[in-house]
Structure formats: structure tokens, C-alpha cells
Design a binder for this molecule. Structure first.
Ligand SMILES: Nc1nc2c(ncn2[C@@H]2O[C@H](COP(=O)(O)OP(=O)(O)OP(=O)(O)O)[C@@H](O)[C@H]2O)c(=O)[nH]1
Length: 349
């Protein structure tokens, strides 16, 4: 949970030209009440139209221009974040959330780690979500040619498809299939020239320990259904089989069983994270622990992991354990067998 002292941070990523700036501009135009600090990392370019920003008194824009935020300016990012917090504490700046737009060439991993590694930042900031924009027109090519584009999709809590006006429905179906193969956990929504409700990507609390797993095996929006934007949908399987012509090194694995033993599942998670954490981009599980009325929720990024108890299982629910791991070249069958060995009841029907 975000404590009163913690500020939420949204990391916005997506390959070059995927529409990040367009989306931010739409946010600023349509939600003028937002008090938001934007950190831009644009290889020296001014990403957001200065004239437009000038009209929004609640906006602070900090530009990191000495290179890519994921490598050379990582220290600069930490400093910029601390500076912002100091200025806010001193009453010089007034904002209640942060938005970090990474350059289209950035791998999100080191950026995300910044928020967990530094003690002050960990205490004062709460990562809200990683939002990845996908340029529907060019994504297939970018995913094939640029490893970083696959990584950006793999880390995402939300995928926002842009430029859908540029492709037909068959191409969209194929793209959704490929995205699902990489990241079955992320919800997908669509932005038309940046138009998207704020609730679809701001304040979604993806790093909170909630139980936003659909027990039918798909992920659902963490927002309550009544508040959820209408264009949310999980990446469902398409009805007809599609010829896969890609070979992405990052894929999603879904492991499922019935009740598990607390010690065995704990040891399994610990070993898996220790051995393969560097290749586990994101993972999330809802665990049904034998003898425990509540769900145990686990989620993490690489070797940063959190466990917490969620809501109780109701009498009507079947106690299922579900774990999704998005990773790079993982020994899937070994992990699956080790996971299944933690079960005390048979796999769910
Ligand atoms: N056809 C179409 N064009 C779009 C859409 N969304 C954004 N664009 C255009 O795509 C181009 C790139 O958009 P930007 O918002 O600058 O993309 P970016 O991700 O900030 O780009 P970089 O900063 O270079 O990584 C611009 O010309 C936008 O007008 C869309 O939904 N449809």
C-alpha cells in the first residue's frame, strides 16, 4: 500500500515513436487538475510541447538529457528524484504524483530497480505501474529486431496499443497473440491519438498486493468493475489457432494447481528467485495455502519480491494456486514440475 508519505510513480515506456508524448499531452490537456511532476528522458530532445505545458500550472517537468535513463543517467535519475522530493518538502513544488517517461530505447529493468534499491526512494516513493505503449503499426518488426522492445512488453502492467487506425483487424489479432505470448499478465487497452481515460493508466496500483487475479485463469483490471474504463480487456486466447512466426526470448508461463504447502511453496519461490531471478522480469501469484483461510499473494520484479495475505477464500470458490512468470529463457518444465511438487491437493478441475 502507498503510505500517506509515499508518492506514486508511473513509469511510461514504449519503443521510439510509440506515442508516449502524445498520451502525456492528452492527459495534461484533459485532466488540468493533476499535480504531477514529469521526468523526461529524451536524449536531449524536449519531449513534451513546452507551450502546452505552460498552460498547466500543476506540472513540473524535469528533463534528463545526458543519455539513456537506464544506464548513464541512472545516478542522475536518483538525484533528480531526491531533488524533487526535497523541493516538495520545502514547499517549493507542489505535486502528488510522478510520471517518468523513459526514452524509447530504454530497458525498464534498471529504472524499476532504482525505486527499490535506494533507501530514501524506497521509503518515499511507491511504484504505481509500468505502462508500455505499443505502436501497432510497427510493433511486429520492432519486437523481432529489438530485444529492448520485447523487454518493455514483458515488464508491463498495462499495454496500451496505439496507432490502431493504421492496421486491420487481422494484424491486430496477430499482434495481440504475440503480446500475450510475451506477457499474459498485462491488461491491454487502446489509445487513439493519445485519447485514453486517466484511470486506464494512472493510479492503478499494480505493485500493491491485491488479488486482482481472475480465478478463471485470466487477469482482470485491478480497478473495481464499475470504475473500469470500458476498453479494458484481458488478452484472451483467440478462437482460431494462429501460425506463430516469432521467436521472442521473453514469454509468459502460467502454473496452476490446487492447495499448496506453505513451506514447500516458500522454498520453491526462494530457490527459483535465487537461481533465475535475473531472468524473471515480473511474476505474480495467488496462492491457496493448506489450512489458511486467506489467499497469499506474491509478486515481484527480478529478485525484489513481496508476499502478503489478501482476502479470504469464500465457500463457493475452489482453492486454486496460480502463478504467472514472465521471463527470459527460463527452464519452464523444471520450474513447472517443482511448482507442482508443492501441491497438497490435486490440480484444480
Ligand atoms: N496514426 C496515429 N498516429 C499516432 C497515434 N498516436 C501517436 N501518433 C503519432 O506518432 C508519432 C510519435 O508519437 P510520440 O507521442 O512523439 O511518440 P513517443 O513515444 O513520445 O516518441 P519518442 O519520444 O521518439 O520515443 C507522432 O507523430 C504522433 O502524432 C495514433 O493513435 N495514430
Amino acid at each position: 500500500m502507498t503510505t500517506p508519505l509515499q508518492l506514486p510513480v508511473t513509469v511510461l515506456t514504449g519503443f521510439l515513436g510509440s506515442g508516449k508524448t502524445t498520451l502525456i499531452n492528452h492527459l495534461l490537456e484533459n485532466y488540468p487538475g493533476e499535480r504531477i511532476a514529469i521526468i523526461e528522458n529524451e536524449f536531449g530532445a524536449v519531449g513534451v510541447d513546452g507551450g502546452l505545458l505552460g498552460q498547466h500550472s500543476g506540472i513540473e517537468v524535469i528533463e534528463l538529457t545526458n543519455g539513456c535513463v537506464c544506464c548513464s543517467v541512472r545516478g542522475e535519475l536518483t538525484e533528480a528524484l531526491k531533488n524533487l522530493l526535497e523541493q516538495r518538502d520545502a514547499g517549493q513544488l507542489n505535486f502528488d504524483r510522478l510520471l517518468l517517461e523513459t526514452t524509447g530505447l530504454a530497458d525498464p529493468a534498471p529504472v524499476i530497480q532504482t525505486f527499490f534499491v535506494d533507501d530514501i526512494l524506497r521509503e518515499r516513493l511507491q511504484l504505481d505501474a509500468i505502462i508500455t505503449l505499443v505502436d501497432s503499426e510497427h510493433a511486429q518488426k520492432q519486437l523481432t529486431e529489438h530485444r529492448v522492445a520485447v523487454s518493455q512488453v514483458g515488464f508491463a502492467d498495462r499495454l496500451i496499443l496505439t496507432k490502431l487506425d493504421r492496421i486491420d483487424s487481422d494484424a491486430k489479432t496477430l499482434l495481440l497473440e504475440r503480446l500475450r505470448n510475451i506477457n499474459a499478465k498485462a491488461l491491454v487497452c487502446e489509445a487513439r491519438h493519445g485519447k485514453l481515460e486517466k484511470a486506464a493508466w494512472i493510479g492503478i496500483q499494480a505493485f500493491n498486493m491485491d488479488d486482482s487475479f481472475d480465478l478463471n485463469g485470466t487477469f482482470v483490471a485491478s480497478t473495481a468493475p464499475s470504475q473500469a474504463p470500458t476498453n479494458f480487456r484481458p488478452l484472451n486466447q483467440t478462437s482460431k489457432p494462429l501460425a506463430r512466426s516469432w521467436n521472442d526470448d521473453i514469454t509468459s508461463q502460467v502454473f496452476e494447481t490446487g492447495e499448496v504447502d506453505i513451506k514447500l511453496i516458500g522454498a520453491f519461490m526462494e530457490t527459483a528467485i535465487e537461481k533465475y531471478g535475473n531472468d524473471m522480469l515480473r511474476y505474480k501469484g495467488i496462492l491457496a495455502i493448506e489450512g489458511e483461510p486467506r489467499r497469499l499473494i506474491v509478486q515481484g520484479v527480478h529478485k525484489v519480491v513481496g508476499f502478503d495475505y489478501g482476502t479470504e477464500w469464500t465457500a463457493e470458490e475452489s482453492r486454486k494456486t496460480l502463478l504467472v512468470i514472465i521471463g527470459r529463457n527460463l527452464p519452464v518444465e523444471t520450474l513447472r514440475n517443482e511448482f507442482l511438487a508443492t501441491a497438497v491437493s490435486n490440480a484444480v478441475s
